[in-house]
Each structure stands twice: as C-alpha cells, then as structure tokens.
Design a protein around this ligand. Structure first.
Ligand code: SF4
Length: 360
C-alpha cells in the first residue's frame, strides 16, 4: 500500500494522538482526559452505537445509566423493561443480547468484564469489532477496532480502490499497520474513529485539518471523496402484510407481545398477519384474531430490515379477542411502558390522527 510521504508509523501515531488530545469531543460515555474509562459504559455505548449515530445514542445511553448505574443493576432488570427502554433504537437482538450479557458478566465474572479480546468474544452480542473496541478503550489493550469511520480513513490514507466489502481485508491490514505498537491503545482507537467521524467525513473531508494529510495517498491523487468505493448491493426482497388497529371505544387499542424467535421477538406490536412476498395475497390474509368491521385505512407503514423491506397496510376494526399471548388494551398515554418498534408506533400515530395520507 502506497503513500506519498514516508512518515514513520510511530510518528503518524504520535500525530494522531496529539490531534486527539486537542480535539476529542465530550461524549456521555467517554471518560474525561486522564480518567480510566468505566468498562460498563464502554460496552453499553459500543453496543448502542452499532448501526446507530452518536446523536441518537446520547439520550438512550444517559437513560440506561440513570436507570441501571451498574452492570449488576442491568442484570437484575426485567427483559421487558430493557426492551422498553431500548424501544426506538432498532435492531432489537442487540437489546436482548445486552441483557443476557449483563447477566453473564454478573453471574460468571463477578460483575467485571473480561479484559482480553478472547474473553470478551465469549459474551453474548460481542463480535470481533466490539471486543477489540472494549479491550482497547476500557483496558488499554493493543487491538484494532475497525468501524465505518476507520474503514473510511484507511481506504483513503492508502488509496484503496477496491470496493467494499472486497477491500475489508486490505483495510484491516492497513488499520493494523497504523494502529499496532502505539503507546496508548485506548486513546488511539478513539482517535482513529474520531478522525473519521469529524475530519475524514464521507462527504467533503476536511483534509486541511487532518494530522495525516501529508501522507494521505487519496488526497495526493485527488480521489478522497470517491473512497471508499462500494460494490452495488443486491436489491432487497419486499414482504407485505397487514397491521390491525383494534380500538375498544374507551380510547384504548389492542397490542400483544410478539412470540417465537427472530425479528421483534419479545416486543409489543399491533396484531399483524404474516409477512409474505406476494402483495395481492397479503391483502387477502385474515387478521390473527376474530374481528368485525374491518376497513383499510388506505395507508401503509414501511421499514427496511437488513435482509428485506417490509410494507404493512393499516387496517382498523373491532375485536373482543384477548387470546393473543401478552395481549393488553392500552392508551397512547401509557404506551411508553411497552417496548414497541418504531414501525408500530408509526402505525399507531397514523391511526390516532385519523385518515392519513397514502403512505407513511
Ligand atoms: S487527508 Fe483527507 S482523505 Fe486523507 S485521511 Fe485525512 S481527512 Fe481523510
């Protein structure tokens, strides 16, 4: 991998650490300069930050820490309460694993997170990236944590033209070359990510402010903003279904707890049909409970999952049925107590507002 100026790696590391010591942002989970980070805070933030932005995570992190100040407190919580506090962050498997992990750390490790990558990898919900991030940030262990920000910096620094995901291995090697052997692994990991988040941004990177500008191959070639290239993604399949808003005339509507395993497991939802590939067939699917006066609201809610897009048509109607497991009649005011995915909240909002536009 080439670069225009051959500054030594220790010198590059020192440049980045100096830059970070001046420009580090305050974050709710970040320990102040010179203070040892709390591994519980590091772990919680790293799980929340997967596929979610810093701005979104901030209030959730603060809420969790106030509600459950230690990992032992979180381990004692009911899973329903953890899911309710998580509601809106998406990717709910993270919340279920978060709770399982807190229990395991408490029961098997006496409330102390393992300090090594190998030990961390044995915990639920912790993959190679998160293990490396926790080991380095919380315990100052040498480790290379490659998130999207680091991926972008490295692709540009070495001008790696191969598109993602095929360039992952080259990026990992480049990141290791730049990171390993540095004297402050915890700060370095955060600095690397911070450079990508604030300077080496996806659009209009602020190269003039970058501590590595003299060695950056993409800047030299004038292709920084083009990188990293991405291979086109295959089109996602779409699934269709119906979602039912059954009101009881007392300002309440029916929700129930989704059973089984998989997406939305353990979360509350409006009753729905199954989700299938054929749109016309989906329109003919019956509700999961006996119901009367069924009427389409003429609106849909949409959500993009990792492997498919979902479109649910909203229907209203009446039912006396409470055979659905975990069923409850709730009002909009006390909905906060229940963990509902954003998709369901959107459908409820549309129904409570009356006849909506065609799509949400
Ligand atoms: S010089 Fe520009 S493109 Fe290169 S690493 Fe720095 S910010 Fe990114």
């Amino acid at each position: 991998m080439s670069r225009p100026k051959k500054t030594s790696v220790p010198e590059l590391q020192s440049q980045l650490l100096t830059w970070f010591s001046r420009h580090r942002r305050a974050m709710p989970w970040r320990a102040p300069k010179g203070v040892r980070p709390d591994p519980y805070h590091v772990w919680l933030s790293e799980i929340m930050l997967q596929q979610t932005t810093v701005v979104t995570v901030g209030p959730y992190f603060t809420k969790f820490i106030q509600k459950w100040p230690t990992v032992q407190d979180l381990a004692k919580a009911k899973q329903d309460d953890v899911l309710a506090a998580w509601a809106g962050l998406g990717y709910y498997a993270r919340a279920r694993n978060l709770h399982k992990c807190a229990i395991e750390v408490t029961q098997k490790h006496g409330g102390a997170f393992p300090r090594t990558i190998e030990g961390l990898l044995e915990l639920p919900g912790i993959g190679p990236y998160t293990a490396a991030a926790i080991a380095s940030i919380a315990f100052d262990q040498p480790a290379v944590a490659v998130d999207g920000n680091v991926e972008r910096v490295v692709s540009r620094f070495f001008a790696i033209g191969e598109p993602l995901p095929f360039s992952k291995e080259a990026i990992r090697k480049g990141a290791a070359e730049l990171a390993l052997g540095n004297p402050h692994p915890g700060d370095f990991t955060q600095a690397f990510m911070e450079l990508g988040a604030t300077v080496c941004t996806p659009r209009k990177p602020k190269c003039v402010l970058c501590p590595w500008r003299e060695d950056c191959a993409a800047l030299k070639k004038g292709i920084a903003e083009e990188l990293p290239r991405k291979a086109p993604k295959p089109e996602k399949p779409v699934r269709y279904g119906k979602v039912f808003y059954f009101a009881n005339g007392r300002g309440e509507f029916l929700i129930h707890k989704r059973q089984g395993q998989g997406l939305y497991e353990g979360l509350y939802q409006l009753p729905t049909t199954e989700w299938i590939a054929n749109r016309a067939a989906a329109r003919r699917l019956p509700p999961p409970v006996k119901a009367a006066r069924l009427e389409s609201l003429g609106a849909e809610v949409r959500h993009s999952f990792t492997h498919f897009d979902l479109i649910l048509e909203i229907w209203t109607g009446h039912t006396k049925n409470t055979v659905l497991a975990g069923a409850a009649w709730v009002s909009a005011e006390n909905l906060e107590k229940y963990a509902l995915p954003t998709l369901m909240k959107k459908a409820i909002r549309l129904c409570s507002q009356g006849k909506p536009a065609k799509t949400a």
